[in-house]
Design a binder for this molecule. Structure first.
Ligand code: ATP
Ligand code: MG
Length: 455
């Protein structure tokens, strides 16, 4: 592929990234675009971030770029600097050697051939010493030179391979997959934050099923999600065509590519192998949604997921057993909306849909999910009180009317009122509720009086 010119890529570059390249060039150094941007451009995808490689020594890079850019230098031991631009951070790798030999060495240190292609700035000359372009065309993922060596240097790389598979649907070359199997147990040595970022990206890719199964085959899953392996070949019941493991992968696959709902799909049945019971010849999974919610919380904690995301995923998992909703009264739908919270409803519905599709039986009740979606939208638009804050009375009212002192009892009474209002929103009327409080405390006083009198 010698002589190929790829200067078109530079027209996609945001202004400040271009400015970085120009400044380095004008200082008299060679500048090459490398890594993900080249790969994505060749695949017809708009690059997300931009990495350069240059023969400028670190001091010269700093001098050329700062000011105007803030520079992050913590990667300097590997020769990398980060320029913080309005268009995002730009990674700049500096070489210890002069000439193209230095660039080659830089590319050699990268993980996969498809990430080790360089394009010269501004002429667009292509440097592809490891056949990355051919691999891109063939849809093949290969480690640079000796994959096992590459994995030894950085135990995260096998997981990066799985992430590339999820994003691009590439096939891993046999040699690289064999190296992955050998290197998988080392993943535990990588920093959890780095592992988490790769899991997030892996889950958001279109080929997530192939990727997760690669994780299982290679042994990566045994490191980051051994719980899911417990469902491998574990049969379910007549509602399901697939074993627990496969059902889970399909649920992720059928979920839209948003992290939160994909995480929920990944974890919604995670406890099933542990709660499975055979009752009169049929496997049952009583309480699995609660147990899965607990396990989800543990797993997400282990992955250092943000607290808010963890809570949301746990809520989705805990509420995924929603069935026969056509027979529900509006009050029951309002209770579900209250439990899950409005911002999570679309994710919950998408999860329900994905879960049903993943049962693999002939007639999944998808229409019922869509009817529930329409109904939830209608109910939300009616603006009924769906949270405790929307209740027309508060704790002070309860204390004033009933004489109950501050404490948990006040909350209990409010909960009672709230459930009444969820059932019938027309009762969320201050006059009605104050009256209800009065009647309620009168009844209780009588009850007390009577028990007292009976003594
Ligand atoms: P993304 O599209 O998610 O940014 P990317 O491939 O650009 O994917 P980055 O983490 O931005 O990934 O890394 C940029 C480039 O740096 C990669 O394409 C690769 O060449 C190299 N690289 C990144 N991480 C590693 C690593 N752990 N080992 C070797 N090379 C790496
Ligand atoms: Mg990148």
């Amino acid at each position: 592929m010698k002589g190929k010119i790829l200067d078109k890529i530079f027209s996609q570059m945001p202004a400040s990234v271009m400015d970085v390249a120009r400044r380095l060039k004008q200082s008299g150094y060679a500048v090459w675009l490398v890594g993900g941007a080249v790969r994505d451009h060749l695949l017809g995808v708009t690059p997300a971030d931009w990495d350069f490689s240059t023969d400028a020594p670190p001091e010269a890079v700093l001098k050329a770029l700062s000011p105007p850019y803030r520079m992050v230098t913590f990667g300097l031991s590997h020769g990398t600097l980060l320029a913080v631009t309005p268009d995002g951070p730009v990674e700049i790798t500096t070489w210890a050697f002069n000439g193209q030999e230095g660039l080659r060495k830089d590319l050699e240190r990268r993980d996969f051939t498809i990430n080790a292609v360089a394009v010269g700035y501004p002429d667009g000359a292509l440097l592809d010493p490891f056949g990355g372009l051919q691999d891109l065309v063939a849809g093949r993922l290969r480690g640079v030179v000796d994959p096992l060596e590459r994995f030894r240097e950085d135990p995260l790389r096998p997981l990066r391979a799985a992430r590339m598979v999820s994003r691009y649907g590439f096939r891993v070359s046999p040699k690289t997959e064999a190296a992955m199997r050998q290197a998988a147990p080392w993943l535990g040595r990588a920093a959890m934050e780095r592992i988490r970022e790769e899991i997030w990206k892996l889950l958001s890719g279109p080929h997530v099923m192939a990727s997760l199964d690669l994780c299982r085959r290679s042994g990566l899953m045994a490191v980051f999600l051994p719980e899911l392996l417990e469902g491998w070949r574990k049969k379910q019941n007549h509602y399901h065509r697939h074993d627990i493991y496969r059902h889970t992968l399909l649920s992720v696959h059928y979920s839209p590519a948003r992290l939160r709902v994909r995480l929920a799909a990944l974890l919604h049945d995670i406890s099933k192998p542990r709660v499975r019971q055979k009752i009169r010849g049929i496997f049952r999974f009583y309480g699995h949604e609660k147990r899965s919610a607990q396990m989800s919380s543990e797993i997400l904690g282990r992955w250092l997921a943000p607290k808010r995301l963890t809570e949301e995923v746990v809520t989705l998992v805990a509420n995924h057993m929603v069935h026969s909703t056509d027979a529900w009264r509006d009050g029951a739908v309002r209770r579900l909306i209250h439990r899950v919270g409005e911002p999570l409803l679309e994710d919950l519905l998408d999860l329900l849909r994905a879960d049903r599709l993943a049962h693999g039986i002939d007639e999944p009740s998808l229409e019922a999910v869509e009817r529930l979606r329409v109904r939830m939208r209608r109910i939300v638009e009616e603006k009924p009180p769906l949270t405790r804050q929307a209740l027309a009375i508060n704790g002070r009212d309860v204390m004033a009317v009933t004489g109950v002192p501050q404490g948990p009892k006040v909350g209990e009474i409010l909960t009672e009122a709230f459930h009444m209002v969820l059932k019938d929103p027309s009762r969320n009327d201050r006059t009605f509720l104050m009256d209800w409080l009065k009647r309620r405390s009168a009844v209780q006083e009588n009850a007390l009086f009577e028990t007292g009198a009976a003594r």
